[in-house]
Design a protein around this ligand. Sequence first.
Ligand SMILES: [Cu+2]
Length: 279
Amino acid sequence: MQVFSRFFAAILAILLAPMAMSSAALAQAPQNWSLGMGTPFSPVKEGIISLHNLVLLIITVITLFVTVLLIWVMVRFNEKANPNPSQVSHHTGLEVAWTVIPVLILVVIAIPSFRLVYFEDRTPDPALTVKATGHQWYWEYTYPDKGDLNFTSYGLSDEEVAKQGKLRMLAVDNELVVPVGKNIRVLTNSADVIHSWFIPSLGVQRYAIPGRTIETWFKATSAGTFYGECNQICGTNHSRMPIVIRAVPEAEFNAWLVTAKTKFSDAAPKTLTVAEIQR
Ligand SMILES: [Cu+2]
């Protein structure tokens, strides 16, 4: 009995999770028991969700069709119901159909898919460029069109997180600040191994590869804090290089720029001790 009530409690939690999420979603962090895609906060993410919905619809129809076909074959053509099977082994019409129909389905998926890939790839009318360089194990951000403002962004240790009341494994010391509602061009790059710059709620995921600069972009459609992580396994502290983007109104961004330029004027990347790395 207890097993059943636990089971139903779990089902209820899954069903109610989206409701609980909408209030907590302002923090843009992962939520317990959430299902499906998170709320979109950029045009690219909206595109990802609509492509996902289209493909989900197509695979649902295909799965139902194949299930019904299997059941029909098992019932109608089993040995008892159909003792003398047909001897037909080729049917040109049928063979053409089951080749052409899947091709057409793939074309229907490919068109919006390629459109989205190209949409993600180049920034329409960029207002700001930010360079994100992956390091083992922190991110370095550069604003080339803001006097090469440059700073590092380290994940906070568990003690610091507890002290500051922030999110464990997601909070950083220096957040990437950008103006809200503007197209931000992101150039990813790496100083050592392959990393990946991934912010789910903004629909951004780009490899950071040594010796290569890759472009992508986002536009935060509302002010807020957006969390992400390096999602390419890059060594011991892979899980300790989160990404935090704070989208703020233009005036606030300009004010932040002034203070950031003084704060980070002589900042050099800090060297981690072995104890810090293993923490
Ligand atoms: Cu990494």
